[in-house]
Design a protein around this ligand. Structure first.
Ligand SMILES: [Zn+2]
Ligand SMILES: [Zn+2]
Length: 242
C-alpha cells in the first residue's frame, strides 16, 4: 500500500467507500457519524484510559473525516492541507508557516476569529507533498504549532477538534448559499484539513504515533470483518465501548 497521506486516503476510500455509500447516504449523516467519534475522543481523554485507547479513538476520527471527504467525488485532501498549513520555498529551504499569522512559530492569539490571510499562494501543490506520510504532516504541524499547543491543556485541544467538526456542520448548512461547486469543494477541503490538523495536534501533544494508529486499525482491511473492501452491515452510531 502507498503509505502517503494521499495513499491512505485512497486506501480508506476503497475499504469503506462501498459501505459508506449504502449506509452513510448523505453528507449530514457522515458529519454526524464523525461528530460521535470526536465526542469519543473527549470521553477517553477525560477518563484517562491510556494512550492505546486514545490512539484508536483518534484513528476513528481520521477514518470518519475521510468518509466526509468521500462524499465528494474527487476532493483533494492533500491540497487542502497544503493550502491551509503551507510551506514557503525560498533558496532551496522550505519553511512551514501558519496561514493565519504568517509566522513559522504561530503567534496567533488563542481566540482568533480572523480569516486565513496567508493561505498558500502557490497555485499548484509541489509533487513531493503528495508523497508526505501522516508522520510528515505531524512533524510539519508540530513545527508551526507544537510550542504554542504545549502551553495549552489537552482539554482545550480536544475542544478545538470538536469545534472544527461543528464548523463542518455549519458549512454543510451553508451549501445552498454557495453557488459554485468548486468553491464548495474548496471550503470543505479546508475544513477537513482543519479536522485532520487537530487530530494531529492531539496526537503530537500526547506523543501518539497517529500514522501507526491509523495503519494498525485499518491498514490490513476492516478492523472488524478483516475484509477489504469492508463487508460489514450498517454502522453503529453509538459511542465507543471502552
Ligand atoms: Zn498563527
Ligand atoms: Zn468490515
Amino acid at each position: 500500500m502507498d503509505s502517503s497521506l494521499n495513499g491512505i486516503v485512497r486506501h480508506l476510500r476503497g475499504l469503506y467507500g462501498r459501505r459508506n455509500s449504502i449506509f452513510l447516504s448523505s453528507l449530514m449523516i457522515r458529519i454526524t457519524f464523525l461528530n460521535i467519534a470526536a465526542r469519543d475522543v473527549q470521553t477517553v481523554v477525560r477518563r484517562n484510559v491510556g494512550k492505546d485507547i486514545i490512539a484508536i479513538a483518534l484513528a476513528r476520527v481520521f477514518a470518519r473525516v475521510i468518509a466526509v471527504a468521500d462524499n465528494f467525488k474527487e476532493l483533494d485532501i492533500t491540497r487542502g492541507m497544503f493550502k491551509k498549513y503551507p510551506i514557503n520555498y525560498s533558496d532551496g529551504i522550505s519553511i512551514s508557516y501558519c496561514s493565519y499569522c504568517g509566522s513559522n512559530n504561530c503567534k496567533c492569539p488563542n481566540e482568533r476569529h480572523s480569516e486565513s490571510k496567508y493561505l498558500s499562494r502557490i497555485g499548484f501543490v509541489p509533487s513531493e507533498i503528495y508523497s508526505w506520510k501522516i508522520n510528515h504532516w505531524c512533524f510539519h504541524l508540530e513545527e508551526i504549532y507544537g510550542e504554542k499547543n504545549k502551553k495549552k491543556s489537552i482539554d482545550s485541544l480536544v475542544l478545538r477538534l470538536y469545534t472544527e467538526v461543528s464548523e463542518l456542520m455549519s458549512l454543510q448548512a451553508l451549501i445552498p448559499e454557495i453557488n459554485n461547486t468548486d468553491e464548495i469543494e474548496e471550503q470543505f477541503s479546508y475544513e477537513i484539513a482543519d479536522v485532520i490538523a487537530w487530530i494531529i495536534a492531539i496526537a503530537n501533544y500526547l506523543n501518539i504515533d497517529l500514522e501507526k494508529a491509523v495503519l494498525d486499525r485499518y491498514g490490513e482491511g476492516c478492523w472488524k470483518c478483516m475484509k477489504n473492501p469492508c463487508n460489514c452491515g450498517h454502522f453503529d452510531f453509538k459511542q465507543m465501548d471502552f
